[in-house]
Design a protein around this ligand. Structure first.
Ligand code: UDX
Length: 441
């Protein structure tokens, strides 16, 4: 890659920030990464990657000389004109997005209106923010005499667990701007990826992100409700989803029924869109249902276990997987959080195992036994629940599992296991929306 590309700043070194920084360094830019967390910056400086994301450590290492880490935003301002903002926008108690970290960045940038046009900066918003945030930020900037600062909305669509791959192969790049130099510069930066670029206004770009995530979450809650109906009618949701998905207008993706969506984006963005609509007097009924279905879906595991075990008091329940999905250590809004708490409240003894997320999970889940491996978690279990479809759980030897369990129930919360193999080992398999398959022995 050529080294003559535009240098950029990236404010915030979380999932989005670090992947964006490594990705643009890979494309040839010098990248000035800023974070207020001095410990994190020191770890990054020492070559340590604070999050687990496949391919990220390798990409950072390969482009180390182009990546610069600092706690001082002045370092980014000095070297780069485009400042990508990738700070957290977590939900507040009311479900609105908390924009305090975004506004702290706006605050931290000094008035630069006196600079020549060629020296001026632009904020490029990567953090997910409600539609209208760009307009509010521009009003704040104008009020503080920072009109010289341009603003671009460039929402991020990468998925955790495949973030590096997603950065390099985006379905589309959305650039919302006022038609000035900054929008052109962002489009140029992405040019090597040869992606479809959607150039639009700021408010529309912001809405593309929220609407996309809300739509995908709706698709998941929809198939989960279909799964629940399948359980009553004897249909198999996997067959139903396959049949539906072959219609081009529907598509196969995001029709995997399970025990609910989690993660840093879907729950937060669905809520944020609902709140955004509510704040402007519009009651977004559909999104209320999407959220409610998702919450109920996590809890249906409990009723399924009760159906098989009678009572949960004193029962050993093994949870395989804790992260909200495989290939990440992210525990945000993971179904395992609700499940482990509910199981314990109902008197069960809970044994858990996750290949990567244990450290994160230890801060969030109390009172459970953290097993050293899947087989340790399964030991003496009355029931095993697959919570996260890590590869190592899918390839378990079910005869071995059966010989270690006290009971026979295997609840596949992700419809990811080979149900014939589970049943052939003398176990009782139950998935989501596919009925029960009992011992084939
Ligand atoms: C999501 C969006 O996909 C991404 O574009 C956006 O930038 C951030 O939010 P992410 O949260 O990393 O990405 O994970 P994703 O793979 O989309 O899965 C989200 C959740 O939905 C997971 O809990 C997953 O298990 C669940 N899911 C996904 C289903 O239950 N069924 C499906 O068919 C797909």
């Amino acid at each position: 890659m050529s080294g003559d590309r535009l240098p950029i700043g990236v404010i915030g070194t979380g999932y989005v920030g670090l992947v964006t920084a490594a990705g643009f360094a890979h494309l040839g830019s010098d990248v000035y990464c800023i974070d207020i967390d001095a410990d994190k910056i020191a770890r990054l400086e020492a070559g340590e990657i604070p999050i687990y994301e496949p391919g990220l450590a390798e990409m950072v290492a390969a482009n180390r000389e182009r990546l610069h880490f600092s706690t001082d935003i002045a370092d980014a301002l000095e070297h780069a004109r485009l400042l990508f903002v990738a700070v957290g926008t977590p939900p507040t108690y009311s479900g609105d997005a908390d924009l305090s970290a975004v506004y702290a960045v706006v605050e931290a940038i000094p008035a630069l209106a006196t600079r020549s046009e060629q020296q001026r900066h632009a904020l490029v918003m990567k953090s997910t923010v409600p539609a209208g945030t760009g307009a509010s930020i521009k009003r704040v900037l104008a009020g503080e005499g920072k009109q010289g600062l341009s603003y671009v909305s460039c929402p991020e669509f990468l998925k955790e667990g495949s973030a590096v791959k997603d950065f390099l192969n985006p379905d589309r790049v959305v650039v919302g701007d006022d038609g000035d130099w900054a929008g052109d510069a962002v489009v140029d930066l992405y040019a090597p990826l040869q992606a479809t670029v959607v150039r639009t206004d700021i408010a529309s770009a912001e809405m593309v992100k929220l609407a996309s995530n809300a739509f995908l979450a709706t698709k998941i809650s929809f198939i989960n409700e279909i799964a629940n109906v399948c359980e009553e009618t004897g249909a198999d949701v996997i067959e139903v989803a396959r049949g539906m998905g072959l219609d081009d207008r529907i598509g196969q993706k995001f029709l995997q029924a399970g025990i609910g969506f989690g993660g840093s984006c879907f729950p937060k963005d669905v809520n944020a869109l609902k709140q955004l609509a509510g704040n402007s007097g519009y009651h977004f009924q559909l999104l209320n249902a999407v959220i409610e279905v998702n919450e109920l879906q996590k809890r249906r595991v409990i009723s399924k276990l009760l159906k098989h075990l009678g009572s949960l008091v004193g029962k050993n329940i093994a949870l395989l997987g804790l992260a909200f999905k495989p290939n990440t250590d992210d525990m945000r809004e993971a179904s395992s959080l609700v499940l482990s708490a509910r199981l314990q409240a109902d008197g069960a003894k809970v044994r858990v195992y996750d290949p990567i997320a244990e450290e994160e999970a230890r801060h969030l889940i109390r009172g459970v036994y953290f097993a050293t491996g899947a087989l340790d978690a399964i030991q003496d279990a009355d029931a095993v629940v697959l919570v996260t479809e890590w590869e190592e759980f899918i390839t378990l030897d079910w005869d071995d599992v059966a010989s270690r369990m006290a009971g026979t129930v295997v609840l596949d919360g992700r419809n990811a296991l080979d149900r014939e193999a589970v049943a052939a080992a003398g176990l009782t398999y139950e998935g989501i929306g596919r009925g029960t398959l009992t011992s084939l022995t």
